[in-house]
Design a protein around this ligand. Structure first.
Ligand code: SAM
Length: 275
């Protein structure tokens, strides 16, 4: 008998994956969590019926949410990741030789535990001595920090449940205050095909707070529509040319050329950003 998992990405569209095995399933304090072993993408982390990451394509999202801000800043030493309990963003950040500290603030301890148990390729770098894992609400956490971080990365779930506030202006204002005077914010902002309103709204919110706002794209097969957006707010540095001298050489998606080209947007995405 064949077993299939379907994520209903929109009311009229689903992504179906043939399943080898359900490795783990639990209801946490915040969400329903599952780890599935799929034929096409290998192990897959699912929260509330939405694919968060898979072994086969996680590199795209994790490289693009980290290396673009990390190389836009000339010397990032102290970095904050909000969400991201799978550890993929942290794995990319600790590649930077001059990095002093990365703090991961994840609200759900079960995401960290399940990732450590079932997704070691992604999570094992959480054990690095420069990594500080905190189980807390990212919204509260930024409120209690001022001019502390060079880069803040919001690697959040979709705007449901505890992640709703991570897409709001009060949170972005808190992030602005928690960043140093030349700091950079990047947030994952969903699909331009299916989440146009969210992208429009978040871009305007970030543009109203930060001197520079930019949107860039990457292609993630397991995310709705396959085309994913990231929105950056920068206090000083423009991301269009990577400033950081050091560049990671062991990436599978990110390159210095792609850094620049990922900001070249299709016309329908440019239109979302117009006033
Ligand atoms: N790459 C993913 C995506 O775009 O689908 C995101 C993955 S990561 C697992 C998202 C994490 O954000 C989840 O583990 C969730 O528990 C966490 N999260 C949601 N709201 C949060 C909050 N307010 N503070 C900290 N973490 C939060």
């Amino acid at each position: 008998m064949e077993l299939w998992y379907t994520e209903k990405q929109t009311p009229g569209l689903g992504l179906s994956c043939k399943i080898k095995e359900t490795l783990y399933r639990t209801k946490t304090d915040y969400q329903e969590l599952a780890v599935l072993d799929t034929f096409q993408f290998g192990r897959m982390l699912v929260l509330d019926g939405m694919v968060q990451t898979t072994i086969a394509d996680e590199f795209v999202y994790h490289e693009m949410i980290t290396h673009i801000p990390m190389r836009t800043h000339p010397n990032p030493r102290n970095v904050l990741v909000i969400g991201g309990g799978d550890g993929g963003a942290v794995r990319e950040i600790i590649k930077y030789p001059d990095l002093e500290k990365v703090t991961l603030v994840e609200i759900d301890t079960e995401v960290v535990n399940a990732s450590k148990r079932f997704l070691p390729e992604i999570s094992s770098f959480l054990e690095d001595s420069r990594v500080n894992v905190m189980i807390a609400d990212g919204i509260e956490y930024v409120r209690s920090h001022e001019e502390a971080f060079d880069v803040i990365i919001v690697d959040s779930t979709e705007p449901v449940g505890p992640a709703v506030g991570l897409f709001g202006s009060p949170f972005y204002e808190g992030v602005f205050r928690a960043l140093k005077e030349d700091g950079i914010l990047v947030a994952q902002t969903e699909s331009p095909f299916f989440n146009a309103d969210l992208i429009r709204t978040v871009y305007r919110r970030i543009k109203a707070i930060f001197p520079l706002a930019h949107l860039y794209l990457a292609s993630v097969p397991t995310y709705p529509s396959g085309l994913w957006s990231f929105t950056m707010g920068s206090k000083r540095y423009t991301p269009l040319e990577p400033a950081g001298k050091w560049s990671p050489e062991d990436t599978k998606y990110y390159t210095s050329d792609l850094h620049t080209s990922s900001f070249s947007l299709p016309r329908f995405v440019q239109d979302l950003l117009k006033d």
